[in-house]
Design a protein around this ligand. Structure first.
Ligand code: ADP
Ligand code: ZN
Length: 606
């Protein structure tokens, strides 16, 4: 081990209170300490920040951190401050005292990390100041913002390469992202580096996230029951519309849950207050559109529920990735229905993107639909999309509850023949009515009760036929013309099945029977449950944490993470020295909070 890497290890313990590196961190820190330019592609929550924070502390000089997310900067600066590190940010939402503090530290060359939004960095006065400031490393967070491929493109990111040259000649550069797409990665290399950097791609597996999908039946009820399983935990419920955000927030609140709404239509003051409550208080459930998320740096989000189908597989992965960043077990559930699929398709077709872009978007959506209808381990299916082979995970609904399948060729043939016999002009509900033999107004109006397919599907309920529709659509046997009232038609592949040349397997959606059948998890995911911790003591520790956090106006986890409190309540350290061995307790936090927590532990009756 090089000398500087062993200093980094010591700091990992003394400043951050961590027992060791997470997978991937050590190699990256080593490369940065060796002076290499680095591109790090790691999933959300894997600990990217530490890969520049540690080198910034090991070496002299200043490290710049470029990030588009002001809230995230603020949180990181606060967390570093709590760990005793001189860090600051310059951004539009700082108050004058904060700016003065940062500038004075900078002038005295005491500042170790400076966080900047790209537009602030581009200002001539900033560049001039930084030329005088012994900048050693520029870390570019959310580096995918440089790519026009993504949803997060920020034109200011395009100037970062030339700014690095202005500030430090050949300034060492590090780019970090959680976006795994190959085209995006290419853009980052081309635009931020003169020559290809050392590239590290970490596994996209997040084994502590439980994955589950369920067909929508009564989504409010389903969300409520999921939230009830996680009573008292922080969580996010994503919805596709503002109206649904409001409705679900009310339903959850009525059920006794600390739920708050968040969407772009709310007054900014309300939005900010709700976001602060989510960040700072324990157990808040944020009901939100996707406007909420980018920049949420809360490590102890215990669940993410999609009340509606996400936009595509990348969005899904980003959104569930906001749970369980602390590495403890976290739960996710995604609800999906046919109308969600239609909505997402329509959004792609109606967008003003180029054909090429639409093609990529369709692929990403199809990958998500395939995941929803997956016949085997969800994680295997998801990781396969990111190009990673893997074994069945033991921590998804399909691994735990299994899935029953049946030969669905005949069902598919019945559905497709009903579509063809009605001239490929109708939507799903009408076709289902024909199949089950329901004499609706429309069926009578079009004389569809005289079709030979009328009533051929009487043996199945409407919900079952809807599930069959979704599945044969995900398999590509039928497809929908979104521009023409969503009429369904049969594809070439569908015709092959219709003629009996290909057979297909379908999944039985046993929505009602899955309750209580969770098998033991195989993976050893550290649980966020209290386990052998003393719950009364834990509650007292949480109360102290809340009090300290409030007094300093910081989120609770900036004081100590859940994991730290759970370990404290389990091991009940009796001295500062013993407390120092607990996860998340570094020198600075020990000095600041040690006595108060030790006192509570001492006084707690066994
Ligand atoms: P990312 O930027 O990759 O999404 P972060 O840098 O925000 O992830 O880290 C996620 C969480 O993991 C943070 O709470 C951080 O303190 C914690 N963490 C990072 N590195 C380690 C480590 N080596 N040991 C324990 N916890 C860590
Ligand atoms: Zn699995």
């Amino acid at each position: 081990m090089s000398a500087s890497l062993s200093i980094a290890r010591d700091l990992l313990h003394s400043v951050f209170g961590f027992g060791g590196f997470r997978p991937g961190q050590e190699e990256i820190v080593q490369a940065v300490l060796d002076g290499e330019n680095v591109l790090a592609v790691m999933p959300t929550g894997s600990g990217k920040s530490l890969c520049y924070q540690l080198p910034a502390l090991v070496r002299p000089g200043l490290t710049l951190v470029v990030s588009p997310l002001i809230a995230l900067m603020r949180d990181q600066v606060r967390a570093l401050g709590a760990a005793g590190v001189a860090a600051g940010s310059l951004n539009s939402s700082n108050d004058p005292t904060e700016n003065a503090r940062v500038l004075s530290l900078l002038r005295r060359r005491e500042l170790r990390l400076l966080y900047l939004a790209p537009e602030r960095l581009a200002r001539p006065d900033t560049v001039e100041m930084l030329c005088e400031s012994d900048v050693r490393l520029m870390a570019i967070d959310e580096a995918h913002c440089v790519s026009q491929w993504g949803h997060d493109f920020r034109p200011e990111y395009l100037t970062l390469g030339s700014l690095a040259r202005q500030i430090g000649g050949a300034l060492q550069t590090m780019a970090l992202t959680a976006t795994a797409d190959a085209p995006t990665r290419g853009d980052i290399v081309d635009r931020l580096f003169d020559a290809p950097p050392r590239t590290f791609v970490r596994s996209f597996d997040r084994p502590n996230l439980r994955l589950a999908f369920k067909p929508k039946e009564h989504s409010t009820r389903q969300v409520l029951s999921f939230a009830r399983e996680h009573a008292g935990d922080s969580g996010i419920v994503y919805c596709a519309s503002r109206r649904k955000v409001e409705e679900l927030a009310q339903a959850l609140a009525a059920a006794g849950c600390k739920a708050l709404p968040y969407h772009a239509g709310l007054d900014k003051r309300v939005r900010d207050a709700n976001q602060d409550a989510f960040q700072q208080e324990d157990g808040v459930v944020m009901t939100a559109t996707v406007a909420f998320g980018m920049g949420i740096d809360k490590p102890d989000v215990r669940f993410v529920c999609h009340a509606d189908l996400p936009a595509n597989v990348e969005a899904y992965y980003q959104e569930i990735g906001r749970a369980g960043r602390d590495g403890l077990a976290a739960d996710t559930l995604t609800l999906y229905g046919l109308s969600d699929m239609q909505l997402r398709r329509l959004q792609i077709e109606q967008s003003e993107s180029s054909d090429e872009r639409k093609r990529v978007e369709r692929q990403r959506l199809n990958a998500l639909l395939a995941l929803a209808e997956a016949p085997r381990c969800r994680r295997q299916t998801l990781l396969a999309y990111f190009g990673e082979p893997s074994e069945p995970c033991g921590n998804c609904d399909l691994c735990q509850e299994g899935v029953e399948r049946f030969d669905g060729t005949i069902e598919a043939q019945k559905a497709m023949s009903a579509i063809l016999r009605t001239g490929e002009r109708f939507g799903m509900e009408h076709i289902v009515s024909i199949l089950v033999g329901d004499l609706t107004e429309n069926v009578q109006k079009y004389n569809h009760d005289r079709l030979p397919t009328f009533g051929v599907g009487k043996d199945r309920r409407n919900v079952e036929w809807r599930s069959i529709f979704r599945q044969i659509s995900a398999l590509g046997l039928i497809t929908q013309d979104m521009m023409e009232h969503g009429r369904w038609f049969v594809t070439d592949e569908g015709r092959r099945v219709l003629k009996g040349r290909n057979r297909i397997e379908l999944r039985k959606d046993l929505a009602a029977s899955s309750k209580g059948s969770r098998r033991e998890k195989r993976g050893a995911v550290p649980s966020a449950a209290v386990g052998s911790a003393d719950t009364t003591l834990l509650a007292a520790l949480k109360a102290l944490r809340a009090k300290l956090a409030q007094a300093q106006k910081v989120p609770a986890y900036v004081v100590f993470s859940d994991r730290t409190l759970i370990e404290l309540a389990t091991h009940r350290p009796g001295s500062a020295r013993a407390m120092r061995e607990i996860h998340g307790v570094g020198d600075s936090k020990l000095e600041r909070y040690g006595a108060a927590f030790l006192e509570i532990i001492q006084h707690a009756a066994r």
